[in-house]
Design a binder for this molecule. Structure first.
Ligand code: PMP
Length: 334
């Protein structure tokens, strides 16, 4: 995320819309000491031509966030539909006309020493302007790091638990200090898991291969989008199976997927060229399709998107009534 000053941005904190500089927690907050929070990340894409900001699969992200919070027994009262309403309201109140990133965060909020969590929970939703996370247009250089991906029976990696991101921070830091753009994690069993903040795909013998959920990966929503695009648009077979390290060196193509990295081709892995060393055709096409779909240019994938503004681009100061009480159903089909 960029380091600009966001202190005047309106955020949702303590069930209210307040400026970020007023959204403060105590230094004794449980989650700050013990990592007992769960977050998610959602992109919103501004389309200049349509003067519209499209949230990408917000229902799916908010459902995942609520479900993952349940792993830590953190309760979030609003349903996914109401949470979409909060995100839309934040975009409108801040009058964002750029790409944005939505960061919901639920956490154990007790203010005391002691690791045992109690039932004081809190959550907030923050939306900030957001551009490119990694410049992947020309292909990334990735490296396997010495840190191993956290095991499900230690801290569930699929849960997006705040404390588990120490694992990603160590991996990302090692990779960058060694001259790579992004890390590749192996599991304790030595299989390829994912990047520090993204999932990984390989193209081998014309098939798209990616590690399954049981390899300690985060079950990415971008991963899911890309699998759908590959099957529907490129008619590729997509295989979820354990991947050996040496397959990285034999793959025709490799790319990462994630909300922040989008679809990011990898042209070098551990100082070896991937395939020809140039961005491969599958990664290039999937990247193109993903960027088009997320900006509402592909009719077949509009159900992934929730427009934040009225079609006529009327800005309202009040919460959007159509969202209220819409339930947790298939309003946006995600
Ligand atoms: N793995 C990790 C460790 C991540 O942090 C992310 C980003 N959320 C992903 C994979 C990709 O998930 P998604 O496509 O849902 O953003």
């Amino acid at each position: 995320m960029k380091t600009e000053d966001h202190s005047d941005v309106i955020v949702y904190f303590d069930n209210q819309y307040v400026p970020l500089h007023d959204a403060k927690v105590s230094i004794l907050t449980h989650a700050l000491h013990y990592g007992t929070g769960v977050f998610d990340g959602i992109r919103g894409y501004w389309d200049e031509r349509q003067e519209q900001l499209f949230l990408l699969r917000p229902m799916e992200h908010f459902r995942r966030w609520k479900a993952n919070s349940g792993i830590l027994r953190i309760g979030i009262a609003p349903d996914a539909s109401e949470l979409c309403g909060i995100a839309v309201e934040l975009i409108r109140r801040n009058r964002f006309h750029s790409h944005v990133y939505v960061r919901p965060l639920a956490y154990k909020s007790a203010e005391r020493i002691g690791v045992n969590p109690d039932d004081r929970d809190a959550f907030s939703v923050i939306v900030v302007p957001f551009g490119d996370y990694l410049d992947s247009k020309h292909g990334l250089h990735a490296g396997v790091v010495s840190w191993r991906r956290i095991e499900d029976n230690a801290i569930p990696g699929r849960a997006k638990i705040c404390g588990s991101y120490v694992n990603s921070a160590l991996a990302g830091d090692e990779a960058r200090r060694n001259g790579f753009d992004e890390a590749i994690f192996l599991t304790e069993a030595g299989h390829v898991a994912e990047g520090a903040t993204c999932n990984i795909f390989l193209v081998r013998a014309g098939k798209l291969v990616t590690p399954p959920g049981s390899e300690n990966i985060l079950e990415g929503i971008t991963r899911n989008c890309v699998m759908e695009l590959a099957r529907n648009e490129l008619h590729l077979e997509v295989v979820e199976r354990p991947v050996d390290r040496s397959e990285l060196y034999l793959a025709d193509e490799i790319f990462f997927t994630g909300t922040a990295v989008e679809v990011a081709p990898v042209t070098q892995v551990d100082h070896r060229a991937v395939g020809s060393g140039a961005i491969g055709p599958v990664a290039a096409e999937l990247r193109f399709l993903y960027l088009e779909a997320t900006r509402s240019h592909l009719a077949n994938y509009r159900h992934w998107l929730l427009p934040a503004y009225e079609p006529a681009h009327v800005e309202s100061a009040e919460p959007e009534p159509v969202l209220a009480g819409a339930g947790d159903g298939d309003l946006w089909g995600v």
